[in-house]
Write a new protein. Structure first.
Lengths: 105, 417, 187
């Protein structure tokens, strides 16, 4: 099937998003969950750039602006998330998600 | 060319067309003229890649020789001078030494530990060398000689440089050696600490030049004041400070003395390179020297006016000769510093970066902003502008230096007599 | 053009898929870094050079280091980076969920008229606006990005600066060890 470039880019970013979703849901290691979340954020950035390139013409740099801020926020969130993982590890000596259930029941 | 009258070029346009300047372009067009149009672009790119690899490969080989000879002379010994030129018995100042070193490292046995991660162990020097060579693409080597003209060239250069840190980690991890891993973590800490002063040192240049493109930064440094002093950024107060910070951070980023803790032989043998032998070891050092050459090239582009001549009367010398000359001077400076300074300890290293270089680089940024805002001050106010700028450079340097070295006793040198 | 896009997409998706399914954490992290490079290649293909270099600088240069340090600081022994296999039921339910979401997104993309040429030869967007059939690449030179950052989005820039400072200070505080008797570590 011949697709125009914009739907192709959107398919690519949806596939990446779903891969990140599957990774974040299926793995029980906290770091891999975080990597899945990072992948989802990257897929959203791909979407922004696809629309900036092929979408209706808005001001010339809006899509790029959004992606820059999104990259900054994603980097900050990765740093905070990994610091949390280190702190949790220090407490329970493992980073399996199932073991962080002290408040259960 | 009538040498009786050497024109004083107020503008550089007459020399940009001279035969020597355009010689590389003529050679390239002559070689590719028989190709059809779409192939010509590809072959042009391949030719520039081949030229860069061969020129800087040879430069790397002879910089290693120059380093050993100059280090030797500073240490009162002759350096390598025994290697004869192949197939003759002529020993000529050891000029064939780099080729002997190459043959040695190629023929040594490649020992890989049995439990090592073989794929990562192999990929680490490859990735390091690939990204070091990628950084050569945006440096303008001459008036018409920039391989790729990018709008965000400076950002590309430092992005490719940041990706080399990954290879250091891969090398330390893949060796399956806890000392290699520890040393790789230390090397990474050093690289990350000095990345900040390195990046902050060129932000004032981009601020004043108004562009991230390397060719435009070089063009912004053209022209001469009173036909004598070039408009290079190193001749301004903030530019001199920025150049100093950039060179110190470049020393640390390429693991050169006095920041060569990662590769010192008394420290964890060879750090993250302990389990490497033969050609892969040589590849690591090739990547280090390429990094040194690329950072020097970028320092020349940002601060030393790129390929511009220092005086309008010397413009008949082609621009690429000036670039290579400045590059040689900077590399000799690197070698001289290696011979002179003792190695820094890890905590001294990180303290120097975070507590001294980063505040100075930030103050330098403010200084450059003041400089560009006060561009149109008239007459005697220009002297005031220079004075304020110099004070903002020298003042924090002295104050911060005094504060940080307070409580440390003055150094006493005892010489063996 | 489309061939390059398909190649970049295949490489990125392949490395991301393998990264999230391996059992060796370090290999996972390194393959994910390769997929970030693939995303940067996509940005270059789309003409957003500045974003591509920023992606490499931030993700490959910095976030990768944080991830690798975290992997190394949260293991008890050398073998700990090879993690135990996860339960199959959980993996299957995750895959079903993911495929369902993907199906919804694909249906939405293919049914919409975004970027699709209507019979008149002019793409129709919801709302009735139309754009010219050949969409030329918008250029976002660094100068324009800088001007936009400093004028239209200046408030956002300052807020992002504050957010990054607060986030990183918080990360250092979270990860630093308490107690005067233990060594001070930072991620």
């Amino acid at each position: 099937m011949s697709l125009d470039p914009l739907p192709l880019c959107l398919l690519f970013s949806s596939a990446l998003f779903c891969l990140g979703l599957i990774g974040a849901l299926a793995r029980s290691n906290t770091i891999l969950v975080l990597l899945g979340i990072e992948l989802m954020l990257n897929a959203a950035n791909l979407n922004f750039i696809a629309f900036w390139r092929y979408g209706p013409a808005t001001s010339p740099a809006t899509g790029v602006m959004f992606v820059m801020f999104s990259i900054a926020v994603a980097a900050a969130e990765a740093a905070v998330g990994l610091a949390l993982i280190i702190a949790v590890y220090r407490h329970q000596k493992s980073i399996r998600l199932q073991e962080a259930n002290r408040l259960k029941g | 060319m009538n040498l009786a009258v050497i024109p004083v070029a107020a503008s550089v346009s007459e020399w940009s067309d001279s035969f020597l300047e355009r010689l590389p372009l003529f050679a390239r067009d002559w070689m590719t003229s028989w190709l059809p149009e779409p192939w010509r672009w590809l072959v042009n790119s391949l030719l520039s890649i081949a030229v860069i690899l061969s020129v800087f490969g040879l430069l790397f080989a002879y910089v290693t020789l120059a380093e050993r000879k100059i280090l030797g002379r500073i240490q009162n010994r002759p350096g390598p001078n025994r290697t004869p030129i192949p197939f003759t018995k002529l020993r000529f100042f050891g000029l064939a030494q780099p080729f002997a070193d190459g043959v040695k490292s190629l023929t040594k046995e490649d020992v890989v530990p049995r439990g090592a991660d073989h794929l990562l162990h192999f990929l680490a020097p490859v990735v390091l060398l690939a990204f070091s060579i990628l950084t050569f693409a945006v440096i303008p080597y001459g008036r018409h000689l920039v391989p790729v003209e990018l709008n965000a060239g400076v950002l590309y250069f430092f992005a490719a440089g940041a990706a080399t840190e990954l290879a250091v980690f891969m090398a330390g991890w893949a060796s399956r050696n806890k000392y290699s891993l520890l040393a790789a973590m230390r090397a990474l800490a050093q690289l990350i600490s000095y990345e900040l002063p390195l990046l902050l040192a060129w932000v004032p240049v981009v601020l004043v030049a108004g562009t991230l493109s390397t060719t435009e930064i070089v063009a912004a440094q053209s022209g001469w004041q009173f036909n004598v002093i070039p408009h290079w950024y190193v001749f301004t107060p903030w530019g001199a400070a920025g150049f100093a910070i950039f060179m110190i951070a470049a020393l640390a980023e390429s693991n050169r003395s006095p920041f060569d803790l990662p590769e010192a032989e008394s420290e964890l043998i060879a750090g993250h390179l302990t389990e490497y032998s033969g050609f892969k070891y040589a590849l690591f050092f090739m990547a280090e020297y390429f990094g040194m050459i690329a950072l020097s090239g970028m320092a020349i582009t940002l601060f030393l006016g790129g390929w511009h001549a220092p005086s309008p009367y010397l413009e008949f010398i082609p621009s690429y000769v000036w670039f290579m000359g400045k590059l040689s001077v900077l590399l000799l400076g690197f070698i001289w510093i290696r011979a002179t300074f003792p190695r820094l300890r890890m905590d001294q290293l990180t303290r120097f970066a975070w507590k001294f270089l980063v505040p100075l680089a930030l103050i330098n940024l403010g200084n450059a902003a003041f400089w560009s805002l006060s561009l149109h001050w008239s007459g005697p106010f220009q002297i005031l502008r220079w004075l304020i700028s110099v004070l903002v450079v020298v003042g924090p340097f002295v104050l911060l230096g005094r504060k940080l070295s307070a409580g440390v006793a003055p150094r006493v040198y005892r010489y063996a007599v | 053009m489309t061939a390059a896009l398909v190649l970049i997409a295949v490489v990125t998706l392949a490395t991301a898929a393998v990264a999230l399914s391996l059992r060796n954490l370090i290999h996972s992290a390194l393959l994910l870094i390769a997929s970030w490079f693939g995303i940067a290649a996509f940005y270059l293909w789309a003409g957003a050079e500045f974003v591509a270099f920023a992606q490499v600088l931030v993700y490959v240069g910095a976030v990768s280091m944080v991830v690798l340090f975290a992997v190394l600081l949260t293991r008890r022994s050398r073998a700990d980076t090879v993690i135990a296999p996860d339960s199959l039921a959980r993996a299957i339910s995750a895959v079903i969920t993911g495929v369902a979401v993907f199906g919804v997104l694909v249906a939405a993309i293919l049914k919409s008229s975004l970027g699709r040429l209507s019979p008149a030869g002019v793409p129709a967007l919801p709302g009735g606006t139309s754009v010219s059939p050949v969409i030329s690449a918008p250029t976002a030179t660094v100068r324009e990005i800088g001007i936009q950052l400093m004028s239209t989005h200046a408030a956002a820039l300052i807020i992002i600066g504050i957010l990054l400072t607060v986030a990183l200070l918080g990360a250092v505080i979270l990860a630093a060890q308490d107690g005067p008797e233990s060594k001070q570590e930072s991620p």
